[in-house]
Ligand binder design. Sequence first.
Ligand code: ASP
Length: 337
Amino acid sequence: MKKTLILYTGGTLGMRRSESGYVPDADLEGALGRLLQDVIGQLPQYDFQALDPLLDSANMRPKDWYHIASLIRDNYSQYSGFLVLHGTDTMAYTASALSFALQGIEKPVVVTGSQIPLREMRSDAYNNLIAALLLSGSDDIREVCLYFNGKLLRGNRAVKVNSGSLDAFSSPNYPCLGEVGIQVNIDHNALLVPTGEPQFQIPADANGGVILLKLFPGISPSLIEKILESRPKGLIIETYGTGNAPTDDSAFTEQLEKASKLGTICVAVSQCLEHQVDLGKYAAGSALLDAGVIGGLDMTSEACFVKLNHLLAMGYSDMEIKTLLQRPLCGECNHPN
Ligand code: ASP
């Protein structure tokens, strides 16, 4: 018999109004039961667990990702699927983190939330919840997904693209895994096919010490120097286009080269949502390569940040990390050409 564990972490879906705006509310299980009573026979059975404290996902930290992952690991054999109710703001980060922590799973883990609280008129929570719960009972899905507004996306390919529409998420560099409209259509060719046993990777210290830096016209090498003074273990640089940076000022690349030599793993992703980084294409990109920066392929910033944090937190050596960054671990990027 199908049974899903629902983990309620917070987010708009369960929020109520307060004088300072929406805040998480613990009282969701009853509301959920009332809402689902007419259709419950068509859905997987479920147990409900609310995390404490419930969080606006803007307050999520890496330790919270791994707390959710450890609950899934600890309950893995008792349930046929998992549904994580989460705020939309950092949902793509958490979904990415779960994918790295729960590699090779043979059951669905579906992350969802809503743009309007369940208690409010015209809420999108009802549709998102029902479809996500239904999908958590699928035999075909064996990976971490994000479901929102009719679209099933790979968790580590998803990006929040709209804060003012019910259609909040997109997967710019990878096809939708499925669509829920009048019919439920799963794209079986797009799904991950796990090989081997599940590998739970939950680090003891969740914080890998990674900084995410977006380039902007006029960024000064001294700013980079200041940022690198803290000796981060990893630096994700959101570069322009195919991986370009203001390399006509050699002080800029010198800072990165110095950081690489001192052991900071520097990775370039793109500010563009579609296509991929190719550091050799322009001189403004190959200078980064020469400085020891690695290309982040077609990963989203979110997935790349989480992946580097994960590899560092897991204690892989720098050599291993550089190799693993260039290779898909759970569908987060395509194989390099
Ligand atoms: N700030 C909220 C959160 O991320 C937004 C939402 O859930 O849509 O928790």
